[in-house]
Design a protein around this ligand. Structure first.
Ligand code: WTA
Length: 566
């Protein structure tokens, strides 16, 4: 085959042990992600190297060396121990992208805790659901977000420690602690918790079609895959300045916004600010970013501003661009070639996979619109949804399936064995996405195989939105589906049947939208509400979301014979 180029040849004897050897994994040093991302880098003589350059929305800049993140994370870890937190306690991170978020993540792992990052824009109901499910013991937050925690803590008896990292002279309430990273004494030595390979490390919540969000549980040996994929796929080298635009409330922001770059001893930059093309380009220019990992929605927003916006900046430092989270349309790849002189490389993975599993490797021929090929060490295929047998005809659509066993694969859904077990069929882990594979092994994404809405690269579960909608005083029943959007790919649209005595109106629509934004998050907020008399249901009473979705996408509605009132 023409493209059986260097990549397949080079990696045909691939073994994850390559990564273990480079990390000296489990030799004498502790197995602990916190250690690998700070102490180990300092031991290699890189203590003075910058680990993090952070810029806030006001333009304030903070810089931290590897030595700084080592002793600051030690200080966090020691503080957690002092206030009585124990290994394997779930400790939630609920902060904007401030330095404390990145550094306390390592501190939690160093004391043996399980880090549970949650998106700081979550409203109190979204927060409650996830803290309640994980029986979370402690939460790290800031003055800005502590109000949401205060409003739900009475219903969370296990949540005994609320740690405010910017408390200053803030009046603390019951169960609240103040911890200032900058003011805490330097902690040179901390006896890092000796994890085993299979010791749980990170718990990331993700949404499904039905039921509540599920906590995908990862373990300390996940670093074997996160380290190597960072090195090989993101191609990070010692002199790179790396920018991952993802928020650590989501998996990209931890696997490739903390663990990957720091276990590789690379300098990373973080911009804690909203999106604007000029701001982003100015940031990349100012810090001479070389490797940039972003998402299709951001690229589409940049496209909207045109190439002129690019030309106003010197972006010659950029050498490698990557994308994740949603389909990267071919036009975006072609545009980036024109705008930056290089294409965006698509990568595919999930909260559950913990690391990149399908990708366009550096040096590989890029086929715009394709996600690329399986990472060495990952056996990926598409299977027939009827019998879960691999489909061998090139171009046929099936379910993306991975052979279990790579190091960063999730080990459980927290307290939900049934749903976890259900993800495995015929010896394959079923990702829940549809794709075809061409004759050369390139994957072409088709769509999700469930009703989860992917808006701007963030997954939101329809069930969570519908459950919140029916808590509104005017709503009798509701369905939430994704509708097409030129920038965000999909946005939430809600279909709502009102209770007796309520009439559709613009005010009511706005009220319901805000209700969801506050309860769940701006991402989950419907961008449109259609008021209907009743919702299409199956004979057994299940709302036919798929039919509503098909209407939005102009797709064939399919078999409606089981509809209640057809
Ligand atoms: C989707 C994010 C198309 C997919 C790392 C997957 C993608 C879900 C791509 C995981 C891609 C991710 N092309 N779709 N390159 N990458 N997805 O768990 O549906 O937040 O299952 O992890 O995003 O989203 P999650």
């Amino acid at each position: 085959m023409s493209n059986m180029g260097s990549y397949e040849e080079k990696y045909k004897d691939f073994d994850w042990k390559i990564s273990e050897a480079e990390l000296s994994f489990g030799k004498n040093d502790p197995i602990n992600i916190g250690y690998f991302c700070s102490d180990r880098i300092c031991e290699q003589g890189l203590g003075k190297k910058l680990a993090l350059i952070w810029e806030g929305f006001t333009g304030e800049v903070k810089k931290y060396t590897y030595d700084d993140i080592r002793f600051h994370s030690n200080a966090f870890a020691q503080f957690f121990r002092e206030i009585g937190l124990k290994p394997q306690d779930r400790i939630c991170l609920f902060m904007d992208r401030i330095p404390e978020l990145y550094i306390s993540f390592l501190g939690i792992l160093k004391m043996g805790g399980i880090a549970q990052p949650l998106f700081s824009a979550f409203g109190e109901e979204a927060l409650f659901t996830r803290l309640d499910d994980a029986k979370t013991k402690a939460i790290l937050t800031t003055k800005k977000h502590v109000g949401k925690v205060r409003r739900i803590r009475e219903t969370l008896p296990e949540l005994t420690k609320i740690i405010v990292v910017d408390a200053d002279d803030f009046k603390l309430q019951e169960r609240e602690f103040a911890f200032s990273m900058e003011k805490a004494p330097r902690v040179e030595k901390f006896d890092v918790f000796q994890a085993e390979r299979e010791t749980p490390s990170v718990l990331h919540y993700t949404s499904g079609t039905t039921g509540k969000p599920k906590g995908a549980l990862h373990v300390h040996s996940s670093i074997i895959a996160q380290y190597l994929t960072t090195k090989w796929v993101l191609d990070l080298k010692p002199d790179d300045i790396y920018w991952c635009t993802a928020d650590p409330g989501w998996v990209t922001g931890t696997s490739y916004g903390i663990i990957g770059p720091w276990s590789n001893g690379v300098t990373q930059v973080v911009l804690d600010s909203g999106f604007s093309a000029d701001k982003w380009y100015a940031f990349a220019e100012k810090y001479k970013v070389t490797v940039w990992y972003s998402a299709p929605t951001a690229i589409r927003l940049l496209m909207k501003e045109g190439i002129e916006a690019v030309k106003r900046h010197d972006l010659s430092s950029l050498r490698y661009l990557l994308s994740v989270g949603e389909p990267l349309n071919a036009e975006a790849v072609v545009w980036s070639q024109k705008a930056f002189g290089k294409p965006f490389h698509d990568t595919y993975w999930q909260t559950e996979t913990g690391s990149i599993v399908i990708t366009n490797f550096l040096g590989m021929e890029i086929r715009p619109g394709s996600m690329g090929k399986a990472f060495p060490g990952i056996v990926a295929t598409v299977v027939d949804p009827k019998n879960f047998e691999p489909i061998t005809t090139p171009g046929s659509v099936g379910l993306i399936a991975l052979k279990p066993g790579w190091p960063s694969m999730f080990r459980a859904y927290w307290n939900n064995k049934e749903i976890y077990d259900n993800k495995f069929k015929n010896g394959w882990y079923i990702c829940g996405d549809r794709s075809s594979i061409d004759k050369d092994g390139y994957f072409w994404f088709v769509g999700r195989d469930d009703d989860v809405i992917n808006t701007a690269g963030h997954l939101v579960g329809p069930f969570e939105i519908e459950s919140a909608l029916i808590e509104h005083k005017a709503v009798a029943e509701a369905a939430a589906v994704g509708k097409p959007d030129p920038i965000n790919m999909e946005v939430v649209k809600a279909f709502v049947a009102l209770k007796k005595g309520f009439e559709p109106s613009d005010d009511l629509e706005l009220d319901i939208m805000n209700f969801i934004r506050k309860k769940l998050s701006p991402l989950a907020m419907p961008q449109e509400i259609a008021f209907v008399q009743s919702l299409p249901k199956t004979r057994s009473g299940k709302i036919m979301r798929r039919m509503l979705r098909a209407q939005e996408w102009g797709e064939p509605i399919g078999d409606t014979s089981t509809l209640e009132n057809d």
